[in-house]
Design a protein around this ligand. Structure first.
Ligand SMILES: Nc1ncnc2c1ncn2[C@@H]1O[C@H](COP(=O)(O)OP(=O)(O)OP(=O)(O)O)[C@@H](O)[C@H]1O
Ligand SMILES: [Mg+2]
Length: 262
């Protein structure tokens, strides 16, 4: 289990509050700036007496509505960067703002509320709870936010329908294929209508058809709901689907290319 999984599970156990947190930020406060604004972000891991420089001064702006890929070889810092943006981890130095909020300043409970209100995660390993059904997994973040049962159903069922899983809502994860589990994770990430969805190698465990289906779904949601997507990948096919590709190498952003409009 890696850091992000641990911290995500920690979020899952809640911050002691099931109240929806409306107070964290009002959208108006960040309309003037980028949704994600990173300045000189470093992350140094201490490995015994050795320092691992996972991020070496990242500057990055991501605007609302982007559909962007973080691309780079293994070890280049993609997961570290997504974890910092999602407040699963803190930078060693630098300033990180998400939705107008200086996320480096968030206390533990505030960070959990912030994630719950603004960020949806799709991890490579799905992180579905094995004893819960697809529906229960999908409604999980709404439950943590204290959303009443009928409203949870009204939000989750159309999304499950949308991803073609309405008739599998009662199945447990082990009764679903990898691609179906991944779609449950997408519904869970979308159910709270977060401003941003962070996806760490979302297609890594999927065959090419299922990957293409997931990307189609993400793209439609991006276009229809204007949900911002930032996903890491080293798959050239996935990179080809992004409207902007941000290249990472050795903990630095080495370039950013925007695809020509089609
Ligand atoms: N908890 C940790 N402790 C020590 N070093 C770490 C830790 N997490 C990551 N690293 C190191 O930081 C660097 C960046 O790792 P990261 O996981 O962000 O890379 P990545 O681009 O996501 O790679 P991959 O494509 O293999 O998932 C690597 O050198 C990695 O070994
Ligand atoms: Mg990674």
């Amino acid at each position: 289990m890696n850091d992000s999984t641990q911290m995500n599970m920690e979020t899952g156990s809640g911050s002691g509050s099931t109240e929806p947190s409306e107070s964290v930020v009002s959208p108006a406060t960040w309309k003037n700036g980028a949704l994600i604004r990173l300045r000189q972000i470093t992350r140094i891991y201490q490995e015994g007496s050795l320092e691992v420089l996972a991020l070496r001064g990242v500057d990055l702006d991501v605007e609302e509505g982007e559909f962007s890929a973080l691309a780079g070889p293994s070890g280049s810092g993609k997961t570290t960067l997504l974890n910092i943006i999602g407040v699963l981890d803190h930078p060693t130095s630098g300033r990180a703002e998400v939705a107008g909020r200086d996320i480096g300043q968030l206390q533990k409970g505030e960070a959990a509320d912030f994630r719950l209100s603004h960020v949806g995660f799709i991890f490579q390993a799905y992180n579905l709870v094995p004893v819960l059904t697809a529906y229960e997994n999908a409604e999980f973040t709404l439950l943590l936010r204290g959303v009443p049962p009928q409203e949870r159903r009204d939000r989750v069922m159309p999304l499950l329908e949308r991803v073609g899983l309405a008739d599998m809502a009662d199945r447990k994860p082990h009764e679903l294929s990898g691609g179906q589990q991944q779609r449950v994770a997408v519904v869970r990430a979308l159910a709270t209508q977060p401003a941003i969805i962070l996806a760490d190698e979302p297609t890594a465990n999927l065959d090419s058809d299922t990957s293409a289906g997931l990307l189609d779904l993400m793209q439609v949601l991006n276009e229809e709901l204007r949900t911002t997507f930032l996903f890491s990948t080293h798959d050239p096919v996935v990179i080809g689907r992004a409207r902007r590709v941000i290249r990472l190498l050795d903990g630095r952003v080495t370039g950013s290319e925007t695809a020509a409009a089609d």
